[in-house]
Write a protein that binds this ligand. Structure first.
Ligand SMILES: [Mg+2]
Length: 321
C-alpha cells in the first residue's frame, strides 16, 4: 500500500486543527506539541480488530466513533482533557466508501472535542485500527485507581450493562425498537468527558468501565488496598434495559450480566461522602445519569448485595477476584 499511503493520508486524514499547541505536524518525522508547565501529559492507546472488538457488519462510521471514544474514555478516567491523537490503520483493500465514512466521522468528532490528529500510519492487512490519545491533566488533580479510601462512596455514570444488552440484541437479531438505546450504548458509547474533568475537584480515584463493573472496580480495590460493598440493585435501569429483561429474561433483572459485562465506557469513581451534594450537582449540570452504588471499606474483595441479600457470583462460575 506504500504507493498510495501518502494519497490516503492526504485525502482522508489531513484534518485542520485550531489548536495552538501543535508546533510541527505535517512534513516532518515527528509531530511536536507543547505541554503547559502546570499540566501533565496523559497517554493511552487502543487497538480495535474486526471480529474481535467489533462484529464484521459494523459500519466504518461506528468503528471510527468507537476507536476514538474508547480512548477518550480512558483519558476521562484520569480527569484529563483530550488534546491530540495519532492513528495507525491497517486495511485489507482500499475501499473509498469505507475510508470516506471513517474519515468523516473521525474528523467531526475531533472537531467537536477540539482534538488535533498529529500523526498516523497506514498498512495493508486485516482490518484493524490503533488509536493513541494524548490528554492534559492538572498536575495536582489526576484521578488514579489507587486513590480510593475506606468510607468513600462508589458511583457510576450512565447505565452499566446497557452495552451488553445491546450486544445481546445484535447477536440474537432482536429488532425491537425499544432496544435501540442499548445498541446505541454498544456502537456509540458516550463517556462523560467534560463531567470527568470537573469531577477532579472532588475525587482522586476513577476508572472507566470497559471490562465490566466488577472487574474494573476490582482494579480500584486492589490498587487502593481496600475492599468494597456493592448494592447491585442500586444500578440504574433504563427503559430499554427494563424492556429487555421483561421480554427476554422472564422479567428478571440479570444483575450478574449488568455488573460483569463490559463495553460501557462509563465512569466508576469513589469520593468522600462530604462531596456527595457537589458531585450530584455536577452530574445534573452535565446531564449525567449518576448512581451511588456502594462504599469502599477496609479489607479486600468486593461483597455484592441484591435486595439486602449477599450474592455469591462464584457459584455462577464467575471468579473475578
Ligand atoms: Mg480504562
Amino acid at each position: 500500500m506504500s504507493n498510495t499511503e501518502f494519497d490516503i493520508i492526504k485525502t482522508y486524514f489531513s484534518f485542520p486543527s485550531k489548536r495552538s499547541d501543535i508546533d510541527v505536524v505535517n512534513g516532518d518525522d515527528c509531530a511536536v506539541m507543547s505541554v503547559p508547565p502546570d499540566k501533565q501529559l496523559v497517554v493511552t492507546v487502543d487497538t480495535l480488530i474486526e471480529g474481535v472488538h467489533f462484529p464484521q457488519q459494523t459500519s466504518a462510521r461506528d468503528i471510527a466513533y468507537k476507536a476514538l471514544m474508547v480512548n477518550l474514555s480512558d483519558l476521562s478516567a484520569m480527569g484529563a482533557a483530550p488534546a491530540w491523537v495519532t492513528l495507525a490503520i491497517t486495511l485489507p483493500d482500499i475501499n473509498h466508501d469505507w475510508l470516506a465514512g471513517f474519515s468523516q466521522q473521525l474528523e467531526s468528532l475531533l472537531a467537536k472535542y477540539n482534538i488535533g490528529l498529529v500523526g498516523g500510519d497506514t498498512t495493508h492487512g486485516e482490518l484493524s485500527i490503533t488509536l493513541q490519545a494524548m490528554g492534559l491533566a492538572d498536575r495536582t488533580r489526576i484521578m488514579l485507581r489507587s486513590g480510593a479510601k475506606a468510607g468513600d462512596n462508589i458511583y457510576v455514570t450512565g447505565f452499566p450493562g446497557s452495552a451488553a444488552i445491546g450486544l445481546s440484541a445484535v447477536m440474537h437479531g432482536y429488532r425491537d425498537a425499544e432496544l435501540s438505546s442499548c445498541i446505541q450504548s454498544l456502537n456509540r458509547p458516550l463517556p462523560p468527558i467534560a463531567f470527568a474533568q470537573s469531577l477532579t475537584g472532588f475525587c482522586r480515584c476513577a476508572i472507566d468501565i470497559s471490562d465490566g463493573l466488577l472487574a474494573d472496580l476490582g482494579h480500584i480495590t486492589r490498587a487502593s488496598k481496600t475492599g468494597a460493598v456493592l448494592y447491585l440493585d442500586k444500578l440504574p435501569l433504563s427503559e430499554a434495559m427494563t424492556y429487555y429483561f421483561h421480554q427476554y429474561n422472564h422479567g428478571e433483572v440479570d444483575w450478574l450480566m449488568l455488573s460483569t459485562r463490559g463495553d460501557d465506557y462509563q465512569l466508576c469513581f469513589t469520593a468522600d461522602p462530604v462531596y456527595d451534594a457537589e458531585i450530584r450537582q455536577l452530574a445534573e449540570r452535565f446531564s449525567i445519569e449518576l448512581s451511588c452504588i456502594g462504599n469502599i471499606v477496609s479489607g479486600s474483595g468486593i461483597d455484592c448485595y441484591v435486595a439486602g441479600e449477599p450474592v455469591l457470583f462464584e457459584a455462577a462460575g464467575y471468579r473475578h477476584f
